[in-house]
Ligand binder design. Sequence first.
Ligand SMILES: Cc1cc2nc3c(=O)[nH]c(=O)nc-3n(C[C@H](O)[C@H](O)[C@H](O)COP(=O)(O)OP(=O)(O)OC[C@H]3O[C@@H](n4cnc5c(N)ncnc54)[C@H](O)[C@@H]3O)c2cc1C
Length: 527
Amino acid sequence: MEIMETRVLILGGGATGTGLARDLALRGVDCLLAERRDINAGASGGNHGLLHSGARYVASDAAAAIECREEGELLKRLAPQCIEDTGGLFVAVQGDDENYIANFESMCAASTVPTRPLDLAEARHLEPALSDRLIAAYATEDASVDPFMLSLDNLAQAVDKGARYLRNAKLVGFEMDGGRIARSVFLNQTAGERFAIEAEIVVNATGAWAGMVAALAGAHIDILYSSGSLLVTQDRLTTRVVNRLRKAADSDILVPGGTVSVLGTTSVTIDSPDLCRPTVAEADAIIDDARAMIPVLETTRYIRAYAGVRPLVMVAGVGDARSVSRNFSLIDHEKDDVDNFVTITGGKLTTYRLMAERTGDLVCAKLGVDAPCTTRIEPLPASTRGEWTEPGLGPRRWIGERDGDDIILCECEMVSRKAVNQIIDGMDGQYGSSLLNGIGLRSRVGKGPCQGGFCGLRVTGHLYDEGYVSGLRGVHEMHAFTRRRWRGLRPVLWGLPLVQADLQEALYCGALDLELEADARDDGGDL
Ligand SMILES: Cc1cc2nc3c(=O)[nH]c(=O)nc-3n(C[C@H](O)[C@H](O)[C@H](O)COP(=O)(O)OP(=O)(O)OC[C@H]3O[C@@H](n4cnc5c(N)ncnc54)[C@H](O)[C@@H]3O)c2cc1C
C-alpha cells in the first residue's frame, strides 16, 4: 500500500476544508486535503448562496447574527470576485406576525446588524416583483456568494503556497496507535486501490459526514441531518436578496445568483446525509408558500431543483432542526482520548473563513507552531480555476475575444471549447470517474435551460476529440452527468421543463439508449 506523509491531513473539500488548507498554507504549515469526490461535493455545492447580513438570525441567535455580519463584511472586502453585493430586503405580507415585525428593527440594532425601514412604495419600486399585499419592508446588507468560486480560489492559493490535494480519495478507516491516529486509510475511487496517509494531525472537515468519520476513530458526535431543497428559476427575478420578515421558516428567501434566482429552502430531518435529494412535495410547498411574497414565483419557469444537508450538532434537550444552533462546532478529540484528531463541522458558508481560522489556531497550538492567521487581512486572490463558475462570463469573453476558431460547446451559458480546455488544465489530471461532472462543477455547463441536453453531448464529443476519453468511457461520463441533471429536473416537471425533459429523454434514451432514472440513494450535494 502506498503511504504518503504530511503534517496536517484535512478530510473534506468543501468551503471549510479548502479554507483551512489556505489558512494553514499561509501560515507555512505543510498540509494535504483529501476529498472523496470533488471540490464542493457536499453542502458547499448544495446551498442557497446567501452571504448572510445576520438579519435572519437576530431573533433566534444574536451571536450568530453578529458573526455573520462581521464575516460578511470581511468577505465583501477580501474576496469581492466571489460576492455580488446585491443588498437585501426583509418584507412581510398580510397575515405575517405583527409582533415580529414590530421588534425587528430593535433586534437588528441589538445585534449591530444594519437595517433601514423602507416605505412600501419604495420597496416595490426597488423590487417590482414584490406582492402588493406588503405590510412592512426593511433594507439589509445581504449579498449573494458563488460557493464554487470561493472554494476553488481558496484551494488555488493553498496549492500556490505548497499545499497538496487529492480528489476521489475517500477515507475508509484509521489505523490507531494508542491514543493517536497513526495512519488514515483511503480508497482511490478512480483506481479502486487503497493507500494511506501519515499525518501529525488529522482534521475532520467532512461536514454532514463528520459523525461517520469521527466514529472510525472511536469518537462520537451526535449529528442531526437537516436536508434543504432549493429551486432555480430560469431568469433573475429580483436585483436584491429578498427575505420573508418572519421567524425563520421554509420558503423564506430568494437569492439572485447571476442570471437566475434561487428559492428556498426547507428543513427536513433525514436518517443519513447520503439520502438527500429534492422532492416533488418540497418543490410544491416552497412555491405555494413563497408566492405570497413574490406572486410571479407561481408561474415562473423553474429549470431545476437541488438539495444539501446541514450537519446540526445536537446539544442535549434541543428540539427540532430549526431550533438547533447553526453555529459551528470545533471539537478537539483529546476528550475522546484521540490526541491528534480535530473535527470542524456545522456553521455556514458565510462563516467558513472564521471556522478555518479557529481550526488553524487549534491545529497550530497542537503542533507548537507560532504563526498567526492572516486570512482576516489578506485578500483572497482570484484564480483561473474558479473564474468559469461566474454566470455571464462566457458571453462576455466570447464577444470580447472574437476568436473565430473557438466554438461554443454550451449554448445556453456560452461556454466555449477554449474555456473547457482551461478548466481541464486546472484539474491537475485528477479527473476521477467523471470529467464531465468536474467540468460542470467548474463552469456553467449544464446549468442553463437545456440542463445538459445539448451541451452534455457536445462537451463529451470534445473530450473524445481531444483524447481525454475513449471507447465507452465518454458514454459512461454522459450517463453520470445526465443522471445528476435529471435528479434536479424531476421535482419541477411541468410546463416548459416537461417539454425540455421529453426532448432530453428522446436525445439520451432514444438516440443513445441511456437510462435517465435518478438513484434513490445519493451521496449528497449537488454538482
Ligand atoms: C440547503 C442548504 C442551504 C444553505 N444555505 C446557506 C446560505 O445561503 N448561506 C450560508 O452561509 N450557508 C448556507 N448553508 C450552509 C453551508 O452550505 C455549509 O455550512 C457549508 O457549505 C459547509 O461546508 P463544509 O466544508 O463544512 O461541509 P461540506 O461542504 O459538506 O464538505 C464536506 C466534504 O467532505 C467530503 N467527505 C465526506 N466524507 C468523506 C470521506 N470519508 N473522505 C473524504 N471526504 C469526505 C464530502 O464529499 C464533502 O465535499 C446551507 C446549507 C444547506 C444544506
